[in-house]
Design a protein around this ligand. Structure first.
Ligand code: F6P
Length: 508
């Protein structure tokens, strides 16, 4: 079996305790099953210059190799460029980005440093799987070092259309760099279509079919691989945790009121202010619901060194205070906001208690909270999911109440409908939602991506002077890269073996 090498910005180092990040949750099972190497940032900021050699530790058949970032790298690569430029841009919120060429340069330097540290650890038969927007140029950096292994790239967040992307001067070069991978995966078909359009318009790639591009004489496969959750395990946890001490306390505190629940990182893409506008409209229009409903919004502090996140925190605090002051009574408040990250198992119990789950991002790659909310419900008395049309999950969870989060009236109407929905309709919707998630797991998701990666037979064209296609775009501008007809195909992978799926429960 080909060893799997996963590369991501964050690495769930066993010595640092389990990370609760969505990426870690999705990949952890697969890595433990296949064994392999997980490479990325240690989570530490080094005092001096970052060391070139990775630190390695091993647990449960997985080697974890990490490097530290310097303070300047952390500021510019992680805060400013990844989260201050690429995050809003790829979520189609270009007005929020703050572009600075120096940040773009350090972002590239960190990717090159990742490649330099990873390269000596690679074996010829490894399959390399790179994750997310922090590492868009990594495949090109590895190719520039002569790495010939199959490289897959998966983007966990949305991919914006080419008109939006053009707002960031660096992005055309990054799209070219992404094309150094053999397989590029996205959450939805819409993201695939946006990337294919950007690759054609910004990078000069040729479209061969709906799921294949040609660039620099190579064929690049594209695909939609929606990330999944371990629904059965989450359902069992929810059924147990509703009776935990925390679950009981929350239930008692509601005193019979219906719970509307939101669980998010505090992030500008999550539509938190728009959600509160919907709640305000609901309770203004339907005064009879006051004292019968409480909304709990867990808005876990995130990326607090990025300006837009700090600004959002202040705005959310102000609006939450004003909503409670305007609509509350001495003995009742409509809204509770909690900024501490909640334990995932405890959240499962809260979800089972909730009559309404509000998952209304302005834009989201997938949103696993929506799937978790479905999994957490009691089939006999399920809550109702209100889901943004702009979340990737809306393509699978079509029996949720789908809303436009920008429209407070629509949000209020959906909440009203959900709160009054009879049990027959709730059960029927839930059965259909459950059917959409029940037979899928993160491990199956990972296996299908890796299988598709190993199936890619990468056409290799003898390099010509005009065709430095494995060099990062920063050093070779697009004008020097030409698409050539496919000359010779070499399959670099021999035997493909994948293990059988077994269910695995992983909650923290
Ligand atoms: O959704 C993309 C993602 O990188 C997730 O994988 C992760 O859980 C989340 O954003 C938080 O990111 P950060 O590493 O910035 O805390």
């Amino acid at each position: 079996m080909n060893r799997l090498v996963v590369v991501s910005n964050r690495v769930p180092l066993p010595s640092a305790g389990q990370s609760a990040g969505g990426l870690a949750v999705a990949l952890d099972g697969l890595m433990e099953k296949r064994g392999g190497l997980w490479f990325g940032w240690s989570g530490k900021v080094a005092e001096g210059p970052g060391a070139a050699l990775a630190q390695v530790e091993s647990a449960a058949g997985v080697d974890y190799a990490t490097i530290d970032l310097t303070q300047d790298e952390h500021d510019r690569y992680y805060n400013n460029f990844s989260n201050g430029v690429l995050w809003p841009l790829l979520h189609t919120m270009p007005e929020m980005m703050k572009f600075d060429r120096r940040d773009a340069r350090v972002y590239r330097e960190v990717n090159a440093r990742f490649a330099a540290s990873l390269h000596p650890l690679l074996r010829p038969t490894d399959a390399v799987w790179v994750h997310d927007y922090h590492l868009l140029p990594l495949a090109a950096c590895l190719r520039a070092r002569g790495v010939k292994n199959p490289i897959g790239f998966f983007l966990h967040i949305p991919f914006a259309g080419p008109d939006v992307l053009a707002a960031a001067p660096e992005v055309a070069a990054l799209v070219r760099d992404m094309l150094a991978a053999d397989l590029i995966g996205f959450q939805t078909d819409n993201d695939v279509a946006n990337f294919a359009a950007a690759a054609q318009q910004l990078a000069g790639a040729t479209r061969l079919s709906a799921n294949a591009l040609q660039f620099g004489g190579r064929r690049i496969k594209l695909g939609a691989f929606p990330v999944e959750i371990e629904a059965h395990g989450f359902a069992r946890t929810a059924a147990r945790m509703i009776f935990s001490a925390g679950g009981e306390r929350l239930r008692r505190s509601l005193e019979g009121q219906q719970l509307i629940l939101g669980v998010d990182r505090l992030d500008p893409t999550k539509g938190l202010l728009q959600r509160l506008a919907g709640l305000r409209t609901l309770l203004t229009r339907h005064e009879e619901l006051r004292r019968h409903v409480t909304m709990l919004q867990i808005a876990a502090t995130s990326r607090k060194d990025v300006d837009s996140y700090r600004t959002l925190r202040a705005a959310l605090d102000a609006e939450a205070g004003s909503l409670n002051a305007d609509l509350g009574d001495p003995d009742w408040q409509p809204l509770r906001v909690v900024s501490r990250a909640a334990d995932r198992a405890a959240v499962a119990g809260y979800m089972r208690l909730a009559r309404v789950g509000l998952v209304t991002p302005l834009r989201d790659g997938m949103n696993l909270v929506a799937k978790e909310f479905v999994a957490a419900q009691d089939p006999e008395d399920p809550g109702v999911l209100i889901l943004s049309r702009f979340a990737g999950a809306a393509r699978q969870l079509t029996d949720a109440l789908l809303v436009n989060p920008h429209d407070p009236d629509a949000m209020a109407e959906a909440m009203n409908q959900a709160l009054r929905m009879d049990v027959t309709e709730r059960r029927e919707r839930w059965r259909n939602l459950w059917a959409a998630i029940a037979d899928r797991t993160p491990v199956l998701w990972g296996r299908s991506f890796v299988a598709a990666l190993l199936r890619t037979t990468t056409p290799m064209v003898r390099p010509t002077r005009q065709q430095p296609h494995f060099a990062p775009a920063a050093t070779f501008p697009a004008d020097n890269v030409v698409a050539l007809p496919q000359a010779r195909i070499e399959t670099r992978i021999g035997r493909v073996e994948l293990e059988t799926p077994t269910e695995r429960r992983r909650l923290n």
